[in-house]
Design a protein around this ligand. Structure first.
Ligand code: ASP
Length: 323
């Protein structure tokens, strides 16, 4: 049997509903460990109960510590796959961060649950089994970090949480899953794009994410001029357009050497410098705004944090968002 490392970080998969308060919270640090009898027939599992955090408490430095832990453990032991259990709220961010930065060739899957461990129809055990089955499947080699959830396998780069409570919450808009976990087999029907890998030492860059709205007040952005930020990501409209009122402030940020990355608040498609009116994408690109490549805002922010450690100058950053 293949050796698999399961690292628990918390989330609903490790939480229970407390009768008295009728609220879901972390109550048992060994909640995921108790599911292990279900997976023992698929792999020889070693567990590390690393954290028991709700995923809104996860930060990029914690993601980076997790990356280091995975690399260290895999250097010390001969694991053939790694599964990370994680709260679903920020799961896509941790999965994408690991996808960009893990120096590892074995399969890595991230999973979690929408229903807590003592709820009827709890999805944690089956998601954990599916994730373990996925990482021991030979075809999972070279797929980058994947998210395994509700019988589907998604590329970390494309997957996003789309529903607040449905167990089918993880979807990859425009792309779909890359594979499936059925009763008898784990199978793939798509290849993810070539994997990008960037060596990093930390994840401390200060990069806020701002969402554009109709009638946006430039003062909301002016605040950022006084902040010690390393970059900013803006979720613009449609193809990548912004309200003209915020352009002078954006220009000031760029003139200060703060890289500004544009993504769309649409959850399908890519931003492009098409529109030539004031605030249109064409003008924004000419101003020096970096256009991203279909990543959502939260992932573009992580990519900028990683890219800042690779690129020497702001002018070199665009290339990290071209593919
Ligand atoms: N709020 C929870 C968390 O992200 C939700 C979940 O785990 O699904 O930790």
């Amino acid at each position: 049997m293949k050796k698999v490392l399961v690292i628990n970080t918390g989330g609903t998969i490790a939480m229970s509903m407390e009768d008295a308060s009728e609220s879901v919270k972390p109550m048992d640090d060994l909640a995921v460990q108790k599911m292990l009898p279900h997976v023992n027939r698929y792999a020889e599992v070693t567990t590390i109960n690393y954290l028991n955090l709700p995923s809104p408490h996860i930060t990029p430095p914690i993601m980076n510590d997790l990356r280091v832990l995975i690399e260290d453990e895999c250097a010390k032991h001969h694991y053939e796959g790694v599964v990370v259990t994680h709260g679903t709220d920020t799961l896509e961010e941790t999965a994408f961060f690991l996808d960009l930065t893990l120096n590892l060739s074995i399969p890595v899957a991230v999973t979690g649950a929408m229903r807590s461990s003592n709820e009827l129809g709890a999805d944690g055990p089956v998601n954990l089994i599916s994730a373990v089955r996925t990482v021991v499947e030979p075809q999972s080699a070279d797929k980058g970090v994947v998210v395994v959830f509700n019988d589907e396998i998604h590329a970390a780069r494309h997957v996003t949480k789309t529903h607040t409570s449905n167990v089918a919450t993880f979807q990859s808009p425009s792309y779909g899953p890359i594979g499936n976990v059925s009763k008898k087999e784990v199978s793939y029907h798509h290849y993810p794009l070539d994997r990008e890998y960037y060596p990093i030492t930390h994840a401390n860059a200060n990069v806020p994410l701002i969402k554009a709205v109709a009638g946006m007040n430039p003062e909301w952005l002016a605040f950022l001029l006084e902040q010690p930020i390393d970059g900013v990501v803006i979720e613009g409209f449609g193809l990548g357009n912004l309200p003209p009122a915020i352009l002078p402030t954006l220009k000031q940020l760029i003139d200060k050497g703060i890289p500004v990355v544009m993504v769309s608040r649409c959850y399908n498609g890519q931003v492009q410098d098409v529109y030539g009116y004031e605030g249109g994408g064409h003008m924004l690109k000419q101003m020096g705004i970096i256009f991203s490549n279909g990543l959502n805002g939260q992932k573009a922010r992580l990519k900028l944090m990683v890219a800042l450690q690779q690129a020497g100058k702001s002018s070199e950053l665009q290339q990290f968002f071209n593919h």
